[in-house]
Write a protein that binds this ligand. Structure first.
Ligand SMILES: [Zn+2]
Length: 207
């Protein structure tokens, strides 16, 4: 099982996710993404994983510390906006603004059981533009002509008054963003850890 291989990396990730009071959010995000990538690299031999930047695919980390649930999404911008270049006109600027606003409405995208009484505390969206020629395994699409690919890092923090009731998560993010087809999820909660692949057809999991 791949999760056994990653056991060493996960406590460090767990620490980082909940050290935001002492480590700036941006740094935690960068470290989290770096750790996540190393976790996936470790697991690559055992289990088919998506590359660092594959349109349609994305990665989601879920970590729990008592009442606090931290979600972190690492996705090609294509999955959210339909393009990866800078917005070039008012229509595209509006599309990006609307998509970012929707992303920040985490309670609409991630549904915990009602009895868990979870509320969104904060959400953030960050963009990372790749340098041209920096692409590891892009699929040669037209985005390249516009100056390379870009990724989004999106983080949500939920607080659940009844965390013992928070044992499942249903994602409606596939409905909100049609280009997102495949999500590799890693989770580390008070009751255990694991990984699962979600899609528009299978968008609920237990933890
Ligand atoms: Zn791309």
């Amino acid at each position: 099982m791949r999760i056994l291989q990653t056991a060493d990396a996960l406590p460090a990730l767990y620490f980082l996710l909940f050290s935001r009071q002492v480590i700036p959010m941006k740094k935690v995000l960068i470290l989290t993404v770096a750790l996540a990538n190393s976790v996936y690299a470790l697991a690559a031999d055992e289990h088919r994983q998506h590359g660092a930047h594959e349109h349609g695919a994305a990665k989601l980390m879920l970590a729990q510390d008592g009442k606090d649930f931290q979600l972190s999404l690492d996705t090609p911008a294509f999955n959210i906006y339909g393009f990866e270049h800078q917005p070039e006109n008012s229509q595209q600027k509006e599309l990006v603004a609307n998509a970012n606003a929707l992303l920040k409405q985490g309670e609409e995208l991630f549904l915990f059981p009602k009895d868990a009484q979870c509320t969104l505390q904060e959400a953030s969206v960050e963009t990372e533009q790749h340098e041209q020629g920096d692409d590891e395994d892009h699929d040669g699409d037209e985005a390249e002509e516009h100056g390379g690919h870009s990724d989004l890092n999106v983080a949500w923090h939920f607080s659940c008054a009844q965390p013992l009731e928070a044992k499942t998560l249903t994602l409606t993010i596939f409905d909100a963003f049609d280009n997102l087809k495949d999500l590799d999820v890693e989770y580390l909660t008070d009751s255990g850890q694991g990984a699962i692949e979600l899609s528009p057809e299978k968008h609920t999991f237990k933890f």
